[in-house]
Design a protein around this ligand. Structure first.
Ligand SMILES: CCCCCCCCCCCCCCCCCCCC(=O)SCCNC(=O)CCNC(=O)[C@H](O)C(C)(C)COP(=O)(O)OP(=O)(O)OC[C@H]1O[C@@H](n2cnc3c(N)ncnc32)[C@H](O)[C@@H]1OP(=O)(O)O
Ligand SMILES: Nc1ncnc2c1ncn2[C@@H]1O[C@H](COP(=O)(O)OP(=O)(O)OP(=O)(O)O)[C@@H](O)[C@H]1O
Ligand SMILES: O=C(O)CCC(=O)C(=O)O
Ligand SMILES: [Fe+2]
Ligand SMILES: [Mg+2]
Length: 335
């Protein structure tokens, strides 16, 4: 134990010699922590990628924002591919094209304007390039370690709100959807595909909530309706500070799967776009969610699998993740 503390201290101290860090402004916190209370890092691993203040920020807040991580050129390519999918120029196996619930039964909306989310693009080489970008994996490894699985992929096209407030995403923890652990070895990368602010419905996070436990999730009672599987937490502290993550095109936030987050209404006429991937250490283990707060989502997913693949399907919640996961670095050891 003492040896591990010493190793941790060494990491912090090593960073003190790092030439790119400004000793006068940024070091104070890392220095204080390391001398006065040896740092017990729980949420991050020892790599040379995160600066001491980035590392402490993630430990404390459960997220870090990296400016300008994905190039314009790459984002424009993802956007192009998104359009080809919406117009049905390409068909990708396993990919789910989801409409906003407010227009789900409308025949009159077509193309990109009818799509609120692409889910599971792991079989599309062009979009899946996002999940393998080396500059993203370099950060992801700080949380997952070297064996990395891309477990869940999405391109979110938050529509202008129709007035029913269905463009909101209720406050939730992504871990609710995942039957694998440990949670600390899972991380989401979420990249803005354009300028995203409060007007068009940016991410809203409750800093520090990753230190809590997984909460119960249910459909919120919203008058205008709620999108399929958009479960939310009812039992959160309404006075907890909220941070609106305003981002530029290419900025990327990495966040912990227990961090409570959601997104507000899109008050603009544009479709707000973001691309994301949930990564997990390939060393994670599947868990049985029976009797836990995750039982409701597991039943809902299994029901959807039966609807899609036929009523005789015996696919479990865990199986759906085995099929979707793709190795992006190292060895597929467990997941
Ligand atoms: C090998 C694997 C196969 C097994 C597949 C199982 C995969 C499940 C994936 C879901 C896991 C989600 C994991 C997320 C983890 C990270 C955290 C992210 C948090 C979220 O974002 S959760 C929300 C994401 N939700 C989904 O992705 C739900 C998946 N969506 C769908 O399955 C379909 O898009 C949907 C909504 C069922 C529509 O199916 P579709 O066949 O395209 O549509 P139909 O026109 O036939 O409509 C069927 C029926 O559904 C109603 N409908 C349509 N859209 C919506 C909507 N947005 N919300 C609510 N209801 C909707 C439609 O009106 C029809 O209703 P009827 O009454 O007429 O039957
Ligand atoms: N009445 C509500 N009940 C439950 N959750 C809500 C409610 N209103 C908003 N939320 C959720 O709270 C989070 C932040 O939304 P909030 O409304 O604060 O965003 P905002 O960006 O301030 O948007 P707006 O300007 O539309 O109010 C989102 O996840 C949203 O879905
Ligand atoms: O609104 C968004 O882009 C975020 C949605 C989200 O948190 C999710 O799908 O898990
Ligand atoms: Fe989420
Ligand atoms: Mg609001």
């Amino acid at each position: 134990m003492a040896l591990r503390e010493a190793e941790r201290l060494k990491v912090v101290l090593n960073h003190l010699d790092h030439p790119s860090v400004n000793i006068h402004t940024s070091f104070t916190s890392a220095e204080n922590v390391s001398y006065h209370h040896p740092v017990a890092f729980k949420y991050t691993l020892d790599t040379d990628v995160l600066s001491p203040e980035q590392r402490l920020a993630y430990e404390e807040n459960g997220f870090i924002l990296i400016k300008n991580l994905v190039s314009e050129e790459d984002i424009d390519r993802f956007r192009n591919e998104f359009e080809r999918i919406c117009t049905r120029d390409v068909k990708i196996p396993g990919l789910v094209i989801m409409r906003d619930v407010s227009i789900a039964k409308s025949e009159f909306v077509q193309g990109e304007k009818a799509v609120t989310k692409l889910q599971d693009f792991q079989e599309d080489p062009e979009l899946f390039r996002y999940c393998s970008l080396p500059q993203i994996l370099k950060y992801v490894e700080c949380f997952t370690g070297p064996n990395i699985m891309a477990m869940h992929t999405m391109l979110i096209n938050k529509p202008p709100d129709t007035g029913k407030k269905t463009s909101r995403h209720p406050l939730h923890q992504d871990l609710h959807y995942f039957p694998f652990r440990p949670a600390d070895r899972i991380v989401c990368a979420w990249t803005a595909m354009e300028k995203i602010n409060q007007q068009n419905g940016c991410l809203v996070v409750l800093p520090g909530t990753h230190k809590g436990t997984l909460k119960e999730h249910v459909y919120p009672e919203w008058e205008g309706g709620v999108n399929k599987m958009y479960h939310g937490i009812t039992d959160y502290n309404p006075n907890h500070p909220r941070v609106h993550l305003e981002m530029e095109k290419g900025d990327t936030v990495l966040f912990h799967p227990l961090l409570i987050h959601g997104s507000g209404m899109n008050h603009t006429e544009g479709f707000r776009k973001a691309i994301s991937c949930h990564y997990a250490s390939a060393d994670c283990q599947y868990i049985d969610v029976k009797g836990s707060t995750q039982e409701n989502i597991s039943k809902e997913v299994e029901e959807l699998a039966r609807k899609r693949l036929g009523s005789e399907t015996t696919l479990t919640f865990q199986d759906t993740w085995v099929f979707r996961g793709r190795l992006v670095q190292g060895d597929r050891t467990s997941l």
